[in-house]
Design a protein. Structure first.
Length: 311
């Protein structure tokens, strides 16, 4: 007897679950434009799903309360002026517009870190909030790219949006070395796609004093650069995947100064030899910068330079 009762219960449950009418979208519901797998619709009986926007969100609407077709409004075509944008009317629960399209000429104010500027259509540009400015953070290779809202810089910015330190004369933007002349950056032209580690080089001995002052052409391990008194002026734009040891390729023929290379010899002949040991200025000697390093080969960073002797 109990087995029969349970059998009838299971059959009725299956029949009811099978023939319950599924929720459908209302006739006036906007179409789905997003590429997402939306969950199944679930509205009470006698209601349809009205999509909010063009993705998965929806409201349940009583079917009998919505017209089969939306009312038509005699809307004139709005005149779109510069820096203005069209604004669509609000949509009611039945998916019908509540009025005509209007025009909004007020700028969109955005906060720090938001996108701004760039070569984009009128009305879509964003304006930075008070205390912020639109800075180019995409480098020099991408023209008309949108910037980023950053705090106002009291000096100047490099090509990646970094604010140069006040009083700095030699700046590294994470990719290129720059001289600052009359508040203008004069930088080398090495190609980079992601610059990192910008800083002022005025107190960076390893960067500033690597290039001899009498060097005319410098090989940075990848590209060949012209040099003026120890500062890079312009480099080739070759893309390299291996960083070799940098060295000076050609020198001035004039008298030597403190810091200039006076002796260099490479066993493999990879760099041209220099032997000007007796031409260092007075009160200086042709010495190794690392006396503890004993090596017959004085190539690259092991080359001798004119160093103050103190007497």
């Amino acid at each position: 007897m109990k087995i029969g009762i349970w059998f009838v219960y299971i059959v009725n449950t299956f029949v009811n679950a099978t023939f319950v009418s599924a929720t459908e979208f209302c006739e006036n519901s906007p179409n789905q434009l997003c590429r997402m797998a939306c969950p199944e619709l679930n509205c009470p009986e006698g209601q349809c799903a009205m999509r909010n926007g063009n993705c998965c969100d929806y409201n349940c609407v009583i079917t009998n309360n919505c017209p089969k077709t939306c009312p038509m409004y005699p809307c004139p075509m709005p005149a779109i002026q510069n820096n203005c944008r069209p604004v669509d009317p609000e949509i009611d629960n039945c998916g019908c517009p509540t009025g005509c399209q209007t025009v909004n000429c007020e700028p969109t104010i955005v906060d720090q870190g938001s996108s701004c500027g760039g070569f984009i259509p009128y009305g879509m540009r964003s304006v930075c909030a008070v205390g912020l400015e639109c800075a180019n953070t995409m480098g020099p290779m991408i023209a008309d790219a949108p910037g980023t809202c950053l705090p106002i810089c009291n000096t100047i910015r490099d090509n990646w949006g970094n604010c140069v330190d006040d009083g700095c004369e030699h700046w590294y933007d994470g990719c290129n070395q720059c001289n600052i002349v009359n508040n203008i950056l004069e930088c080398t032209e090495k190609m980079c796609y992601n610059a990192q580690g910008s800083h002022c080089m005025d107190n960076d001995f390893n960067v500033i004093n690597t290039i001899p002052k009498n060097c005319l052409t410098w090989y940075d391990g990848c590209n060949t650069c012209s040099v003026n008194r120890g500062m890079l002026q312009g480099c080739t734009l070759m893309m390299c995947f291996v960083q070799n040891e940098p060295y000076c390729q050609t020198f001035e023929t004039g008298s030597l100064d403190v810091g200039d290379i006076c002796y260099r010899f490479c066993e493999d002949g990879s760099q041209n030899s220099i032997n000007r040991r007796d031409e260092c200025p007075s009160n200086s000697e042709c010495m190794s910068t690392n006396p503890s390093m004993a090596s017959f080969d004085t190539c690259g960073s092991r080359a001798y330079t004119c160093i103050n002797s103190g007497h």
